[in-house]
Design a protein around this ligand. Sequence first.
Ligand code: FAD
Length: 495
Amino acid sequence: NAVVHWFKSDLRLKDNRALTLAYETAKKHDIPLVCLYIQSPQDWTAHLTSPARVDFTLRNLEVLKQKLAQLDIPLYMETQEKRRNVPTRIVELCEQWGASNLFANIEYEVDELRREAKLVKLCSDKGIAFEAVHDSCVVVPGALESQQGKQYAVYTPWYRSWITYLHEHSRNLLIVDEPGKNTGNARSHFKDLFDSPVPDAPQNKRLGNKEKQRFKEMYPEGEDEAIKRLDKFMETKVKDYDKMRSMVSGQTTSILSPYFAAGILSARVSISKAKDANGGYLDGKNAGLATWISEVAWRDFYKHVLVHWPFICMNKCFKPEFTNVEWEYDEELFNRWTEGKTGFPIVDAAMRHLKHEAWMHNRNRMIVSSFLSKDLMIDWRRGERYFMENLIDGDFASNHGGWGFGSSTGVDPQPYFRIFNPLLQSEKFDPNGDFIRKWVPELQEIKDKKSIHDPYGRGAGAAAQKAGYPRPIVNHSESRDRALQRYKEGIASGK
Ligand code: FAD
C-alpha cells in the first residue's frame, strides 16, 4: 500500500498543497508516501521549453530527491519519450506500488488539463483515488468575478478584487506544513526507489558544460536558495522597488521568476512574507512592498485569464479584432532582432542579455516585444516562441500575456496606438547607458550619456561604425506610421 505524489512544476516541499495532502493521507493510514516525476522530452519540445529551463528543473530534482530522502520519502524519476504515455505509465506505477491514492497540483494549460482528464478516467477504472489540487495561484482561478458575474479582462479592477478577496479569505495565504518523516516503513518497502537517478536532459535540450556552469552560478538550484533570495530581496531592494523596478541596469527586481515558474518557490510564501514586512498590509503603507505584491499578482492574473479563455493556448490573439492585422515574416529582420543587431542599442543589449543569462528585465521585455511587433511588424507569435525557447523562467500564461501587452493584441494590453519609442525608453530607463555598455561591447567606448542611445543619430556614428555596430535597421517614425496603418486596417477588415 502507498500514497503517491506526482511532481510537475511544483518542485518544492514548502507550501506544496498536493504534497502535504498526500503526506497527511499516508500518515493517517500509516502507509508510505512515494513521490514521482516523469520527464517527457516530447512535452519539452511541444512547449518549446528552453535548455536552461530543462537544466534548472533537473538540477532542482536532485535537491528535491535529497531533501525527500532525509524524510525517508523516495522520489522515483523516469523519462517517457511520448507524452501521451504519461498517464498510463503513472497508473501502471501506482498499481505496481499498490497505491490507493494519487495527488498532484493542477497545471492550467490545455494540454495539461487534457492529460489530467485522461488520468482521472484511468485512475477511476483502476480504483485509484486521484486528487488534483489548486496550488500555483494565490487566489484560485474562478474565484474572482466582476459585479456582472464575469471574469475580469482588465488588470486593475481584477487586482482590487484580488486584494478584497484576500482580506476576506485570509486562509488563501495560509502556508501548509512541509511533510515530516515518512510512515509505513518506506525504506524497506521501496528500497530501490531511493536510488532513482535524475534523468538526463534529452539531446535537443542539452546545455554545453560552460553554459551549465554559468546558469548554475546565476540561478542556484533548491528551494532554500529561493527563500534566501527572497529574504535578501525583502531586506534590501524591495523598499525602493516602486521607484527603481523599471531601471534596467543593475539588479532592481527580485529575479525570482525562474523559481516561481518551476514551482521552487510558492507565490503564497512570497506574498505572505511581503505582507508581514508591510505590517500586515497587502496594499498601501510601504510603496515598494505594495508594488511588489501587485507585480506578483500579475502572475495570478494571467493564469486566471488562461483558465477562463483557454483558446489563448491555440496561437490566437486574445482580442479577436486584431486577428486580421497583416504581419511580416522577414527572416533577416527577425534574425537581426534575435542576434541583437538591430542598430537600436537598448533592443540589442536586451536581446544579447537574454542569450547570455536566459532572462530579461521586464521593462526590456516590453521594449523588445513592442519593437518586434510594431517597429518590425513581425508576427508577435514568433517573438513569443523565441522567448519560450530561451527564457529560464518561460511560463506560458505570463509570456503570452506579456506578448499580448507589447503587441496590443492581448488581454488588457497597451492600446495599439501607444507605440514605444526605443530611444525614449532607453534614455529613461538606462539613463547613463550602463546596461547598453555592458551588453553591447561595440559601444563600450562611447562614454557620452546622450549618444550611447542613438550613436548614428547623435554624433557617435564614426566610433560605432569603426567598432562594427550596425546602423538602425528601420526608421522608427516611418515604422510607427506603418504600424498604426496596419492595425487600423486590421481592425477595419474584421468588422
Ligand atoms: P519581479 O519584478 O521581482 O516580480 C516578482 C514576480 O512577480 C516575478 O518573478 C513574476 O513571477 C511576477 N511578475 C512580475 N511582473 C509580472 C508580469 N508583468 N507578468 C506576470 N508576472 C509578473 N514572466 C515569467 O515569469 N515568465 C515569462 O515567460 C514571461 N514572459 C514575459 C514576456 C513579455 C513580453 C513580458 C513583457 C513579460 C513577461 N514576463 C514573464 C513577466 C515579467 O517580465 C517577469 O516575470 C519578470 O521580469 C521577472 O523578473 P523578476 O523575478 O525579477 O520580477
